[in-house]
Each structure stands twice: as structure tokens, then as C-alpha cells.
Design a protein around this ligand. Structure first.
Ligand code: SIN
Length: 281
């Protein structure tokens, strides 16, 4: 197996892996290290059953349940997998439509957000020239933080932010009341410092006025989306892609129509308790 870095700040491809076969302990360690170092890890060209996809994901930890919010699209017999799709068959939607078409990180609105989410591409839309559509953008929140002036990092380190599911999805959900997280946290695995805000689920900064909070978040979101922090993944059928929900944010580009079919299987890996920078020092 070979690990090939894709951009200076984010993304790597693991070459020479066949995920239909169980992975050796040495390969699991190499992948974990590459994933920790690069935040997004891709294995191309796989033809997997649901069991093989789940077996690969479980090399990195137990699954994070999707709970009741999206249960309609869990795969029958394999509730660890949820389908994301714009496809409709016999009047029935095959998956969550338009999922994640805004900058966010998965499940930041719970106390212990998922470490990683993993997508396996089954159908990819194309334009008339055969170019793939429906790319996914990832941004490194380690690189975004490091690029802020030291005095600003020091100020941000003292702040906490509120993350809430209902901020994005208008239907209230009693089991997801929201949670405060530090604005800068230490990565639970690598110890790296991370800017932990996302336009999808961060509603406000605690302890400052609403106007100050809005202005600060707007500036941080614009900063985090700068091209030098971003890796843009152009999908091919058979890609397995895992991303780190602590050190990255992502955004699915919705540039395809209803007849340009996209189908992804997604599974999610359970997270760790989060530490405030001060507690971790
Ligand atoms: C997501 O946000 O989980 C979906 C990403 C994608 O489908 O590209």
C-alpha cells in the first residue's frame, strides 16, 4: 500500500488496497496514521458489498447511530449504512436528498460528535462532456486556525459556541437539544489545534452580543472556505472516502439535476469526548 498526499494541507489517497479482503493490523495502523495526518483519506476503485464496506469502517471504531432523524433511509438489514441520493424509484426516494449542501461537520450538535464519516460512491452524475458533477469540498480547520494571527487565536481560545441541529433543520428534535463546544479544541487523537465552528450547525458564540457573534462567525466562515485550505474531491464510482469531522468541514456541491443520478452509502464512526484547550494544556 502507498499513501499519496493530495494537497499541502489536506487529503491523501491510499493506493493498492482491496477492501473486499480483511485488512492486516499493519495496514489498519498505516491508514489510521494517514487519516490522522491528512484529515481526508480516499481509496479508489472498490466494488464492495454492504458487509465489506461496514467491515472496513469498523477497523476504525464502532458506528455512531443515526438515531431517529433519518431512519427512513437506513439500509434494510444494514442500519449502519444510510443512503444519500436524488434518485426516486416507483415513487419512493432512495436516499436523503441534497444532503450536506452547505459547509458543516457531522453531528457537531451532540456532546461527543462522530470522529469520522465515510462515503462509498455507487452512482455519480456527469455533465454532457462526461465531467463528474456533485463534487465534495473539504476544508482543513487546522490550517485555517494556524493562518489566523496569534493574538486572535488567543482571544478565540477563550470562547465557546453553541451548536444546534434545529438551527439548520426547522423541525424541532427533543432528543437533540444542542450543546456548547469550545471554539478552539484539541484533536482527541492527534492533539492538533482546530477551529471548531461550522455554518451548518453553529448558531452563536456564547458570552458576546448577537451582533458581535454574527460578525465573528461570518468572518470565520469566509476565512475557513479560502481555497488554500480546501481539497475538492471529484468522485468516481467505487471511491471510498473517509473524513475527520473534528479537523475538517465539508460541503456537497449541488450542481446536478434530478436526472443526473447520485447515490452514496454513508457510515459514521463514533467520536471521543472533546477537550477545551485550557483543560488539555
Ligand atoms: C454529507 O454531508 O454527509 C454529504 C456529502 C456528500 O454527499 O458529498
Amino acid at each position: 500500500m502507498k499513501i499519496r498526499q493530495l494537497t499541502p494541507v489536506l487529503g491523501a489517497e491510499a493506493e493498492g488496497l482491496d477492501l473486499t479482503q480483511p485488512m492486516s493490523a499493519a495496514h489498519i495502523e498505516t491508514i489510521k496514521q494517514a487519516f490522522t495526518d491528512h484529515g481526508v483519506l480516499i481509496v479508489r476503485g472498490q466494488e464492495l458489498t454492504p458487509d465489506q464496506f461496514i467491515r472496513f469502517a469498523r477497523c476504525f471504531g464502532p458506528d455512531e447511530s443515526y438515531g431517529s432523524t433519518l431512519s427512513e433511509f437506513l439500509m434494510p438489514g444494514h442500519p449502519e449504512i444510510i443512503s444519500l441520493s436524488n434518485m426516486v424509484e416507483n415513487g419512493k426516494r432512495l436516499g436523503v436528498q441534497d444532503a450536506g449542501q452547505y459547509w458543516h461537520t457531522d453531528r457537531s450538535y451532540v456532546k461527543q460528535p462522530a470522529w469520522s464519516s465515510m462515503l462509498y460512491s455507487r452512482k455519480i452524475p456527469h455533465d454532457e462532456q462526461g465531467q463528474p458533477l456533485g463534487d465534495t469540498l473539504f476544508s482543513s480547520m487546522i490550517a485555517a486556525l494556524a493562518a489566523l494571527p496569534a493574538e486572535e487565536q488567543e482571544r478565540l481560545e477563550k470562547l465557546s459556541v453553541w451548536h444546534e441541529y434545529v438551527f439548520r433543520f426547522t423541525k424541532p428534535n427533543d432528543s437533540l437539544p444542542g450543546v456548547a463546544h469550545p471554539l478552539i479544541l484539541r484533536h482527541p487523537v492527534s492533539g492538533a489545534r482546530i477551529l471548531y465552528v461550522n455554518a451548518g450547525f453553529t448558531s452563536h458564540v456564547l458570552g458576546i452580543s448577537a451582533a458581535e457573534s454574527e460578525a465573528l462567525l461570518k468572518r470565520l466562515y469566509e476565512h475557513a472556505a479560502r481555497p488554500e485550505f480546501v481539497y475538492r474531491h471529484k468522485w468516481r464510482v467505487g471511491d471510498v472516502l473517509m473524513w475527520d469531522n473534528y479537523s475538517t468541514i465539508h460541503n456537497a456541491v449541488g450542481d446536478y439535476g434530478p436526472h443526473q443520478h447520485r447515490l452514496m452509502w454513508r457510515t459514521t464512526i463514533k467520536g471521543f469526548p472533546l477537550q477545551h484547550m485550557a483543560a488539555a494544556a
